[in-house]
Design a protein around this ligand. Structure first.
Ligand code: GLU
Length: 482
């Protein structure tokens, strides 16, 4: 069966990809893939002043990183291209002409100042601001006169009377009264199609079957439906999902921390964790599972099951998922990822033995919440990054601990018990016996001395990776601390 499900993600390339938009992309992607449909990437760059190529490239890179691979788009092309609105101007012009010829739109010369005055007046009377239709019935002569002065009009859509009804897949039956909608702009004075107009043209011409987007667009939908009706086209099915809120229940913004996908990526979140986290913001899989692979999400996703109430951003949960996916990674793959973070921290890893690094990754796995923490932990394996944390210093002041460390130093300097992977247990057990200290009494000062920290990966696994020489050096340093 050939599927007719076609959805699109339509970002404006005016900044970074926000996690809210990434979630919209994810919902579209999952819906398409669940139905063996097509996921289209359309770049909405009609705002020429604010749109940039670098933002478009960054959005595409972030989407790829997140695994939201599109089937048609500006780079891939496709049967309904071009996929950048700035390259579709002739299409919009043709349809704008058609609406104008049919009397469904009209030229408006009202100045920004007049419109602003009107808005203020209406607001002061407690009314919803809407265009008052002043240019609705200008005569040919009036229009010619305005144009002869060099004024460029906008084109406004003539909104008719009556209710506008549609069925939203998340919100159910929706009803708007067109009386509340003023004649809206479809072509701006610079000749550029306005969002609502371009969006309808594209969704229709690209044969989009379902429009899945944020609730912030709910007020655009009745306008778009009016345009479909004016052109005798049938509208797609709509689904408007609630937007993510911050912990204080205001719309998620920079105030709440990182919002751009690229920031999460730099911090060392894995794409699997972000995908998983975003899908759970508003959707619960039938199995109730918390950790889901992309494949499983595709299998189980249902847009109708997305909640109508707004999800609250919770960084702790995202971190929990990230730790989970870090632990799941095979050491060799994790090493690859960690290397890029280490380079950023100017830790020279190129000369480091790869097998040793894999072993380090394996033990660090248990401690990392985000990959960038590797600097903090891995620093302890590199002398030039080594230092004693304040807490460790305090602990190392205790006379009892210093005595323990002196004994350890003596033992290590004279004859070292086997310090190998296999012998790890016996190494620490032997030390316990020889210094006559049990468990924490030995581990706490030893950890502080050789790692410079009071917390970290399991000591039994860390020591063989540090090696005897380095341990001796650091024990001496610890004992020299005043
Ligand atoms: N360019 C619009 C936005 O980024 C697209 C809205 C839509 O999906 O129709 O919000």
């Amino acid at each position: 069966m050939i599927s007719t499900i076609r959805v699109r993600f339509a970002p404006a390339p005016t900044g970074l990809l926000h996690i809210g938009n990434a979630r919209t992309a994810l919902f579209n992607f999952l819906f398409a893939k669940h139905h063996q449909g097509t996921f289209v990437l359309r770049i909405e760059d009609t705002d020429l002043e604010r749109s940039t190529d670098s933002s478009m490239d960054q959005i595409m890179e972030d989407l790829r990183w997140l695994g939201m691979i599109w089937d048609e788009g500006p780079d891939l092309g496709g049967p309904y291209g071009p996929y950048r609105q700035s390259q579709r101007l002739s299409i919009y012009r043709q349809l704008a002409d058609q609406l104008f010829q049919e009397g469904k739109s009209y030229k408006c010369f009202c100045s920004e100042e007049r419109l602003e005055r009107l808005r203020k007046e209406q607001l002061s009377k407690g009314k919803m601001p809407r265009y008052d239709g002043r240019c609705r019935s200008l005569s040919q002569e009036e229009i010619a006169k305005m144009e002869s002065t060099g004024l460029h009009p906008v084109f406004r859509f003539r909104v008719g009377r009556g209710p506008i009804l549609f069925e939203d897949l998340i919100h159910g039956k929706m009803s708007f009264d067109s009386a509340g909608i003023g004649d809206f702009i479809i072509v701006r004075s610079d000749g550029m199609a306005a969002y609502n107009f371009a969006c309808v043209m594209d969704d229709h011409l690209m044969q989009i079957s379902h429009v899945i987007r944020g609730e912030d667009h709910l007020s655009n939908t009745p306008r778009q439906i009016l345009l479909y009706q004016a052109l005798s086209w049938s509208p797609p099915t709509f689904a408007h999902h609630p937007l993510i809120l911050g912990p204080d229940r205001s719309p998620l913004s920079k105030r709440h921390g990182a919002t751009a996908v690229s920031q999460y990526r730099e911090e060392g979140f894995l794409p699997e964790a972000l995908q998983n986290y975003l899908v759970l913001l508003g959707w619960t899989p039938p199995s109730g599972e918390e950790t889901l692979s992309l494949k499983k999400m595709v299998e189980d996703f249902s847009i109708q099951a997305v909640s109508r109430s707004a999800p609250i951003y919770n960084r702790k949960k995202l971190e929990w998922l990230n730790s989970f996916y870090i632990r799941e990674k095979p050491a060799a793959q994790l090493t690859e990822m960690l290397i890029s973070h280490l380079r950023k921290a100017s830790i020279q890893v190129d000369q480091v033995d790869r097998q040793w690094l894999d072993q380090v990754s394996e033990i660090l796995k248990e401690n990392l919440t985000v990959l960038s923490q590797v600097e903090e932990y891995l620093g302890l394996f590199f002398d030039d990054k080594f230092y004693f944390e304040e807490k460790a210093k305090t602990l190392l002041q205790e006379a009892d601990h210093r005595e323990t460390l002196r004994s350890v130093l003596n033992i290590l300097s004279e004859d070292s018990p086997a310090l190998s992977q296999e012998g790890q247990d016996s190494f620490l057990t032997q030390l316990e016996k020889r210094v006559n200290r049990k468990g924490k009494e030995l581990y706490a000062p030893l950890r502080a001395a050789v790692t410079g920290k009071t917390k970290g990966p399991e000591l039994v696994k860390t020591l063989p990776l540090l090696g005897r020489e380095r341990m001796i050096k650091r024990l001496k340093m610890a004992l020299e601390l005043s």
